[in-house]
Design a protein around this ligand. Structure first.
Ligand SMILES: Nc1ncnc2c1ncn2[C@@H]1O[C@H](COP(=O)(O)OP(=O)(O)OP(=O)(O)O)[C@@H](O)[C@H]1O
Length: 472
C-alpha cells in the first residue's frame, strides 16, 4: 500500500476559468516551497485536491500551513478491482487498532461502481467487529475514513485543518506595519491568508536588542509566506523620535509618532509597490484606537489602510497569535517608547495633524532615505549581524555617572545599587531632559537586554549612555 498526503483545497474551488487555473498554479508553487525540507516530493493534481508523495510526516506538517489548503490527510492508497480488496486493506490497516475500541467507518465515493458507500461501510464494519472493535457511529473513539475515487481507495484516520484562505499571490501586494507586538503580526498573517503578497515595515525607535527580537517575530510570521520571498523594510526611526520631542507639543507625541509611522509607511509602499497599508489596530482596544483617533492619523493619506483585526476581541487575537507561532516571541519584547507622553491627547484636529506633518516632514524623508530592505530568505544572516555598539556594556561605573535602575518599584525597594535612581523605560528621556544631556548615564535592569536597548536609543538622542553588566 502506498502512502500519500491528500491536500484538499478550500475557497479557490469556487473560482472559475483562468482565475482558478492561476490560483491552482500559485497554490502548487507555495506547496513546493513548503515541501523543500521534505526531500524528494512528487505532486499530482486533481480537481479540488492535490496528492503529495514522499516523506508523509514531514509533508503533513508543512502543507497544513499553506494558504489555500483546507485540510490534509495522511492516507494509504490502493488500486482495487472489487469491494473485497478495500475490505482486506481496511482489515490489514486497522484490524489491531480497533480491537477493544469503538469505531465508525465513514465512506465517500466518486465514480461508477457495482456497490454503494453503505455496502463498503457494512463490509468493513463487519470484519473490524470480528477483529474485536465495536461499531459506534455517534461517539466513536476512532473514525476510519474511506474515499473511493474510481478504481482507487484512500484510507485514513486524520483530517488536519489547514489555514484555508487563498493562495499567496492571488491578490495584490500590501505593506504590513509590524511592531513585533501581539496584534500586528496577526493582522499581517490575515492578509497573507487572503492571498496578498505581504511585505513588512518595521520602524525601530530603540536599539539592536529590541530590533533583534522584533525581526525574530517577523521571521516567524514570514515562515508562512510560502511562494513569496517577502521583503522586510527596517528603518531606524530615531530621527522621528528626536524631531517629535523637539518640535511637537508633548500631549501630541503619541499621535505624532503614529502619524509619522503612517507617512513613512506610505512612502515605503511606493518603493515596494504596495497598494495598501495594513495595521494591527482593533476598534477601541486602547485609547489611541478609537474611531476618531484612527480617522485623525490616516487623514489625507491617499492609500487604503486595512485593519483586519478591527472587529476582533483581544483574546481572539491572542488565540490566533498562538496558532501562528508569534505570540511566544511577541511577549518577550519589552514595550517602551522614547516618545511616550504621560497625558496624551486621544485624537487631533485637522489643524493639529497639519502642524504635526510640517514638524516631522524632514525626519520622515530622512528615515525613508535610510531604509534597509531585507528579503525573507536573508533574515537569518541579518539577525546575526545585529549587535549593539561594542563599548556600550560596562562592568564598573565611570566617575560622576548617573545610575538608573529600570526594574519595577517593588524590585527597586527590595534592593538596588547604592545611589541608583529608578525610572520606567518610557520616562528615561524625560528624566534625562531634566537632569541634563551633558551627563553620563548608566542603566541596569533584570537581564541586561532592556538596559542595553535604552542606552543605545539614548545615544541616538546624543546622550552618553551605558548598560551596566551586573555580576550574578
Ligand atoms: N514601531 C512600529 N513599526 C511598525 N509598525 C508599528 C510600530 N508601532 C506600531 N505600529 C503599527 O501601528 C499599529 C498600532 O500600534 P499601537 O501601538 O497603537 O497598538 P498595539 O495594540 O500596541 O499594536 P501591536 O500589538 O501590533 O504592537 C500596530 O498594530 C502596528 O500595525
Amino acid at each position: 500500500m502506498e502512502r500519500v498526503l491528500i491536500v484538499r483545497v478550500g475557497e479557490l474551488t469556487i473560482k472559475r476559468g483562468k482565475t482558478r487555473v492561476e490560483m491552482e498554479r500559485l497554490l502548487l508553487r507555495a506547496a513546493k516551497e513548503a515541501a523543500t525540507e521534505c526531500g524528494n516530493v512528487r505532486f499530482v493534481r486533481e480537481p479540488g485536491r492535490i496528492y503529495a508523495l514522499g516523506d508523509i510526516d514531514c509533508l503533513r506538517n508543512k502543507l497544513s500551513r499553506v494558504f489555500g489548503v483546507k485540510s490534509v490527510s495522511p492516507a494509504y492508497v490502493i488500486i482495487f478491482e472489487k469491494i473485497e480488496d478495500i475490505v482486506d486493506a481496511a482489515l490489514k490497516l486497522w484490524g489491531s487498532a480497533v480491537a477493544g475500541r469503538k469505531f465508525a467507518v465513514r465512506v465517500h465515493r466518486v465514480g461508477e461502481h457495482s456497490f454503494t458507500s453503505r455496502d463498503i461501510a457494512i463490509a468493513v464494519g463487519a470484519v473490524l467487529t470480528k477483529a474485536g472493535g465495536k461499531v459506534d457511529l455517534e461517539n466513536p473513539e476512532v473514525e476510519l475514513f474511506i474515499e473511493v475515487r474510481n478504481n482507487r481507495a484512500f484510507l485514513y484516520t486524520e483530517v488536519i485543518e489547514g489555514p484555508g484562505g487563498l493562495p499567496i499571490g492571488s491578490e495584490g501586494k500590501v505593506l504590513a506595519l509590524v511592531s513585533g507586538g501581539i496584534d500586528s503580526p496577526v493582522a499581517a498573517w490575515m492578509m497573507m491568508r487572503r492571498g496578498a503578497h505581504v511585505d513588512v515595515f518595521y520602524c525601530n525607535l530603540g536599539g539592536t536588542f529590541v530590533a533583534r527580537l522584533v525581526v525574530e517575530v517577523i521571521k516567524r510570521l514570514l515562515s508562512w509566506s510560502y511562494g513569496y520571498n517577502a521583503r522586510v523594510v527596517i528603518t531606524d526611526c530615531a530621527p522621528i523620535g528626536r524631531t517629535i520631542r523637539r518640535n511637537v507639543k508633548e500631549e501630541l507625541w503619541n499621535i505624532a509618532f503614529k502619524r509619522a509611522l503612517y507617512l513613512t509607511a506610505r512612502k515605503v509602499a511606493d518603493i515596494v509597490r504596495a497598494t495598501a497599508l495594513v495595521t494591527g489596530e482593533s476598534l477601541g482596544q486602547v485609547s489611541s484606537q478609537t474611531l476618531q483617533a484612527l480617522a485623525a492619523v490616516e487623514r489625507g493619506l491617499d492609500i487604503p489602510v486595512m485593519r483586519p483585526l478591527v472587529g476582533m476581541d483581544k483574546d481572539e487575537i491572542i488565540q490566533l497569535a498562538r496558532k501562528i507561532g508569534t505570540y511566544e516571541l511577541s511577549i518577550k519584547i519589552p514595550e517602551y517608547c522614547a516618545i511616550f507622553s504621560k497625558r496624551p491627547k486621544k485624537w487631533a484636529t485637522r489643524e493639529e495633524i497639519e502642524e504635526i506633518d510640517l514638524a516631522i516632514y524632514d525626519a520622515v524623508i530622512e528615515v525613508v532615505k535610510n531604509i534597509k530592505i531585507v528579503k525573507k530568505r536573508e533574515l537569518d544572516s541579518y539577525i546575526a549581524s545585529l549587535s549593539p555598539p561594542q563599548d556600550i556594556e560596562i562592568e564598573s561605573l565611570p566617575p560622576d555617572a548617573v545610575l538608573i535602575d529600570l526594574r519595577d518599584q517593588k524590585s527597586f525597594q527590595k534592593w538596588h545599587l547604592p545611589g541608583a535612581l529608578r525610572a520606567d523605560p518610557d520616562d528615561v528621556l524625560t528624566l534625562v531632559d531634566r537632569l541634563g544631556h551633558d551627563k553620563t548615564y548608566v542603566f541596569y535592569c533584570y537581564s541586561g537586554g532592556l538596559s542595553l536597548d535604552v542606552a543605545e536609543s539614548l545615544r541616538k538622542f546624543g546622550v552618553k549612555a551605558y548598560s551596566l553588566k551586573l555580576r550574578k
